[in-house]
Ligand binder design. Sequence first.
Ligand SMILES: Nc1ncnc2c1ncn2[C@@H]1O[C@H](COP(=O)(O)OP(=O)(O)OP(=O)(O)O)[C@@H](O)[C@H]1O
Ligand SMILES: [Mg+2]
Length: 589
Amino acid sequence: MSSQKQTYGDSGALYRRLLTYIAPYKAVFAVSVIAMAVTALSEAAFAALFKPIMDSGFVEPDSEFIAMIPWLIIGIVVVRSVAGFMANYTMSWVGRQVVFDLRRAVFDRMLHLPSSFYDRYSSATLVSKLIYDVEQTAIATTDALTLSVKDLFTALALVGWMLYLDWVLTLTFLVFAPLIGLGINKAAGRFRKSSESIQDSMTGIAQIAKETVNGHQLVKTFGAQQYETEAFERVNQYNRRQTMRKAAVAAAMVPMVVLVMGAALALIISIALERSGAEAITAGAFVSYLAAVMMLMAPIKRLAKINEKIQMGVASAHSMFGILDEETEQDTGRDKLEHPAGEIVFDGVSFAYEHSRFSAVRDIDIHIRPGERVALVGPSGSGKSTLASLLLGFYRPLSGVVRLDARDIGELTLANLRRQIAIVSQETLLFDGTIRSNILYGAPTGSEQRLQEVVKAAHVAEFVERLPKGLETPVGERGARLSGGQRQRIAIARALYKGAPILILDEATSSLDSVSERLVQQATENLAKNRTNIVIAHRLFTVENADRIFVLNEGSIVEEGNHRDLIEQDSLYARLYQTQKMEEQRIAV
Ligand SMILES: Nc1ncnc2c1ncn2[C@@H]1O[C@H](COP(=O)(O)OP(=O)(O)OP(=O)(O)O)[C@@H](O)[C@H]1O
Ligand SMILES: [Mg+2]
């Protein structure tokens, strides 16, 4: 992140980059800018109107002109209203379009970021970027642009009129402009800093809120309310302080501008009155001039405030572009396998996670024949799930090669590689939707017969039959409305439905009772008969009939063989098996 902070240290570069998102809509944008210019001119026309009204209405009355005055005013108002509507509407349109595009870009990027990225960031950070940052950026592009362009035009038109009326006076007045500019510039830096801190604090709030909401039962059982309250208090307090710091600068800004403007006004009036003695300026011109100065106040006040919005947008854009600049998953492979047989080879594979001092797996040599049923067992943390992640291309080995049908998986496109593998991961993940949509996930148009087949095999049918809505039952967020075992069975059905040549079951039946576990296993075996099967399990009796069992310990393969061979040796496997068996008998007694 720090390197990106440097790259976008100056807001100019960031703004230019934001403008590239407006580029596709430049026609509408141009309409908007023209409409703003018209609005500004009509505003200046008002000030200008004071001159003839005074001179030809009061000083030397001209009845023809007096009759025209109401029409002139109405004309200006109509032009101003129409142009104002056009300006606001078109600019909002461009702005929302930009939000839409940015949000799509950020979401699209999230879909393609590597697993290592997700290891680094909390989900709340990412969600807040998608929701909060993109919105803030929109405010910068629309509100800020609308206000600044319109107000800038208005100010320019008014100053133009003032210069036309009396340039000496106007130049005197303009002396104050740099003073105001300087103040604004100084405040900008502060604004940006606090805007960034506010964003960080928002993320902190979202993070704690999310964890507490998701883990509300955990919080209660562990009596951790106090702990969470304090943690929340800290981020909430931090957010308040940062927001107040910003508010202080914002609040001081407008009075400062008014002060400077007031002083300018006093000066102008005294100079103008002195010069009016010398007949340099008519009464009408003077009134018109004053009107212009007064009307100048509003846009300048708004321009002084605009900075707040721009800085907020810049801070958000900065954070958002951070995601857009993240490198996506390396997908350099070009080849595709059509119908792989499912032969898998780990050839001297080693891998360590980022920022980890230990290798998660070391010198792994495994050769799995097509259609073979292989088990990976070993203590917790020994690297079993890591091997599955490597096979799926979520991480690249630091050394060695993983092959699928004799092809280095790095040569395959990620999509093609992953099409060949179905996995039931250790953490059962269901999406908010119905049981059916969860099973059909990723392949919504499959055959009904196949669906029924897998629903039966994974023993989903067993509990679905009792549900009034059957397969159409909503599962709730992350499957919250189902039991752990039911969730697992749906995940198994989902993997079976994919019908990939390779099936990985990572602790896929751990939440089932032993009887259901055996039943589900037999059924899956039947359904996945011609596929390569990799089963990861802690309960060893579930892998007894695997063709081969690989025992992992601290990232290395320490034993290999079928159940009978391993039991006969004095192996780690045999010891683990004995312990589990005794445990089971003890429970049975
Ligand atoms: N995303 C990650 N980032 C950093 N380290 C990780 C990550 N995932 C796993 N590890 C580490 O890698 C090692 C192997 O983890 P792995 O998940 O492969 O173990 P496992 O054999 O599947 O264990 P279990 O049986 O408990 O599921 C562990 O020491 C773990 O702490
Ligand atoms: Mg694991």
